[in-house]
Design a binder for this molecule. Sequence first.
Ligand SMILES: C[S@@+](CC[C@H](N)C(=O)[O-])C[C@H]1O[C@@H](n2cnc3c(N)ncnc32)[C@H](O)[C@@H]1O
Length: 236
Amino acid sequence: MGALVEQGLDDKSIYKSLRQFYEKNEDVFHACFKANKDDRALLRAQKMKDLLPPGFRPERILDVGCGDGVITSYLGEIFNLAAQNVYGVDIYERHDKGLNFQYLPYSDESLIPAEDDCFDLTIALMVMHHAPDALGLLAEMRRTLSDKGRVLIRETDSGYPGGVEFNTVNDELFFRVFQENQSLAQNLNFNNEKTWRSAFERAGFSIVKTNHSECDRVFNPVWFLLEKNQGPGFSP
Ligand SMILES: C[S@@+](CC[C@H](N)C(=O)[O-])C[C@H]1O[C@@H](n2cnc3c(N)ncnc32)[C@H](O)[C@@H]1O
């Protein structure tokens, strides 16, 4: 890395050289950044089912920040839902074709394109720290959630020494070098668990449960199970 900088290369060329380095060292590359898409998605979908109350059977689900849509699709399958009841929304459209869900395009990025109270399970996995306006997004998730609905959020708790810096470098490397998605390497907003909890409460949610079962992972992911509280919620 130092040698690349000393050569006076521009950023793009540095990222390209790093990518080539990792690709030549396939084992390192694989260990760091490549996971089997299907295994990962199935694992996440199963985990979400386990975190929800026993017997909870959603009829309509929304994946906010669905990305490639693979997790969205598996979650629908785990709950035996037809594709017309499984929705995904993202600010960048890049979902894989032929998956078992419907993609909802934004026409205004501050509004989830759906009616009030229409989902009974909304998920947002590793999305909040990328959202340009996390509180506004949470308010929209609340508006579109039914009164008995649940929200599942997976977010990193960066409240350990160097956590914000570590996660920032990790995301920069991942999105600039490995996925070449420059937009996701910008506006990173890593917080500790306490700050996320207050954001969820401020947006009108009660925190039913948190789960730290993945704390062996270096970026320290935490799961939050939320429900609507009785108040009116936050208006941006
Ligand atoms: C790290 S990726 C996670 C993708 C997927 N949820 C997963 O776990 O594999 C974050 C995603 O959030 C999306 N995103 C960021 N802000 C958003 C917003 N306000 N509304 C919807 N999607 C958003 C990004 O475009 C990106 O696809």
